[in-house]
Design a binder for this molecule. Sequence first.
Ligand code: TXA
Ligand code: MG
Length: 367
Amino acid sequence: METVVLKTDPIRPDRDVIRRAAEILRAHGLVAFPTETVYGLGAVALFEDAVERIFIAKGRPRDNPLIIHISSVDMLEQIARDIPESAWRLINVFWPGPLTLVLPKRPDFPDKATGGLDKVAVRMPAHPVALELIKETGYPIAAPSANISGRPSPTRAEHVIRDLYGRIEAIIDAGETLYGIESTIVDLTARPPILLRPGAFPVEDIEKVLGEGIRVPPFARGLSEAPIALAPGTKYRHYAPEAKLILIEPDGGQQSISASIKEAVSILRKRYRKVCVIASRETYAQLEGEVDALFNVVGSRGDLYEIAKNIFGALRWLDEMGCEAAICEGFEERGLGLAVMNRLRKASTLRLKAGRLDELELQLISL
Ligand code: TXA
Ligand code: MG
């Protein structure tokens, strides 16, 4: 299949591009488009054949449901039922924006996109191209991240082209996405609400508006698998690069991350020729010229927005470099750090605490 790449300005979307992409969607085609988080792969949520093609194009298991993207609150009423007052409070403050709400699904809304569940995940993206496209199409759009299943989410059209070119009708290229990490998903059908996936809006900010606590289960921190009924997607491998990735987590500030990274590089270099490191600017400043590895600097430790924005690109960079083994610096689980650590834990082959590398050599044998 020939894939067309349609370029547009992200702030003032080109009318012709939007019209052409909407036509493709209405003709049951697939269009990858930018949102404020990552690029999504869209199909009209009501067209079961089109939604089926999303699962095929991505190689995604059919029981992993898709988020439904809307451009107006009216559309929400066609999709969800019994919308609680707490949902309206969040919608008023955070939509359009990177907050996905899980709500009871209306029985008459097709369940191909929701994997047969009676709950549905909905969000209104804060990106002019995404909003215009949904509006012009006139239907809610089902859209997972526009990557091959299991790969890091795409933050640039080039990432989408690499993964999906030839498998979909069109890609709208509007440059790099703003947040670079996916939306925060909160299940409002549970009491108290449950964080299913940390994302671009910190859970602390959402709790303030909600006026109550949100339960953060271990799987939302990337520490374990979720019960399938609650968060169907978490049982699948995610975000993983080809390289063996070793995540070194901070140990309450007692142990120096940079000393541990230096030690880990020297251990990895005994087995692997090409070793890469994903690290903060601060760590890089301490290790520059001291270690035999290629560095990807994702941002300052004090600016988790910058780190979140660059993390998927860095994971893809490992593959572009043909890296065999890599080390990634871990971050504090505050604010956006929770979303970053969720992604890194899922992407990693092995997790270690700073200062606790004594077993690394042994563990490498079994990787
Ligand atoms: O920022 C985002 O959310 C991006 C952009 C494109 O909007 N989309 C995205 O979609 O990240 P995806 O499919 O890559 O991740 C959606 C996650 C999956 O883990 C899925 O299991 C979960 O949302 N999900 C979808 N519907 C659900 C439901 N009804 N109940 C529980 N989890 C659901
Ligand atoms: Mg995804």
